[in-house]
Design a binder for this molecule. Sequence first.
Ligand SMILES: *[C@@H]1O[C@H](CO)[C@@H](O)[C@H](O)[C@H]1NC(C)=O
Ligand SMILES: *[C@@H]1O[C@H](CO)[C@@H](O)[C@H](O)[C@H]1NC(C)=O
Length: 432
Amino acid sequence: MRTRCSFLIPRRRFMSSLLSLLTICVVLYVYSLNYVSEPSPPPDVFNDVQTVHKYEISCSAIYDMDPVEVGKSLIMRRKEAVEDTDQSLVNLTANCSLFIQSRGYDDVCVSEEEKDFPIAYSLVVHKSAWMVERLIKALYSPSNVYCIHYDQKSPPQFIAAMEGMARCLPNVFIASKRESVFYASISRLKADLHCLSDLLRSEVQWKYVINLCGQDFPLKSNIELVSELKKLDGANMLETSRPTDYKKERFTFHYELATVSYEYNKLPVKTQQVKEPPPHGIEMFIGNAYFVLSREFIVFMDNSEVVRDFLSWSEDTYSPDEHFWATLVRMKGVPGEVPRSHPDVTDLKSKTRLVKWQYLEDNLYPPCTGGHVRSVCIYGAAELRWLLHYGHWFANKFDPKVDPIIIQCLEEKLEEKLKIFRSAASSSCRKG
Ligand SMILES: *[C@@H]1O[C@H](CO)[C@@H](O)[C@H](O)[C@H]1NC(C)=O
Ligand SMILES: *[C@@H]1O[C@H](CO)[C@@H](O)[C@H](O)[C@H]1NC(C)=O
């Protein structure tokens, strides 16, 4: 809000008029300062719009580990958990201006630093539409670009909700090619590759790309991520280690996608057939599916025959996403190279993704307060402070069915941090 005080006033009453005008100006100015610095509550009009369910809890008290509030969160997650349906996001995105206003996408204020440093995201998702929306919202900046790859097997409401978001937000789009993603198969890797290829062709001149899945959540706000990425100075950041003999089996044997009876409907299964060594004398490294990669690296990949050959060689390996990136960044001469002679970069050294493994709890970190799935912690509210202070950029896993409070409180804390950082970073904060 900007106010100007330049009127033409008759000479006689000049002084008194000037004084009263000045007073009005000061009042307006003070009012406008308050208006900018106070988080403006969403207008009443949106009160009965169905968005994500908000729980009555004090996140500051949770952050301070107040036992009463933490106890309250435990009861809430058991007794009051409300499921946000995919259909309600489909309904909301049917009216884009309502979606944008009720979720505050029009109220994002961007500093110069952020505007000059666009980030691209590749989101490989398959369920819980609202969690995807909240992930995007928590990382949202009009200067960034977001590619959503949804699974061909996803329910129609989920797909409709993703399409709805892409229709409403100009910098969110759906991957032009989509896979049916099967756990540990090449399809998981291809999903990211489809997004990367589309992102390269986007008009946004992003500097880095980060991939995320639907159960991730950021621990840092966009402006903090920008400052961390600048420090990388063109380097890539991801886990890349020498494989153990056990892990080597994943790419020394031919694997076949087979229908299995348990949890996953299809899984790559090992055969006795030994594979040829990797093409072009590539030396194998192993890591995980998640990366922070520079634009230069992706441009290089896009044009490299070696990378293409390596990808087709990887087709019949187990969980190729876990060695593809880790190996490529160690290749001689690639932009942002991690030299082969350098020691292992473990997942604790690479700050991209914090995953709490059940067997390391009490040893490396405090116990999980949510639940576990396949030995991985689904975070609970009591881990809020620990998560925010650990130093990693993102954490995995979150699930509103296990603990909705931790997600709500992370959102609140990130919003708070963002406001503080942005007001410190630049005075010319523009709404985008
Ligand atoms: C979505 O909209 C339809 C049609 O207006 C309505 O019948 C349905 O109850 C809504 N569903 C949700 C979950 O909001
Ligand atoms: C969409 O939402 C806006 C409020 O932002 C409302 O004024 C408008 O009437 C809605 N449009 C439709 C077609 O319902």
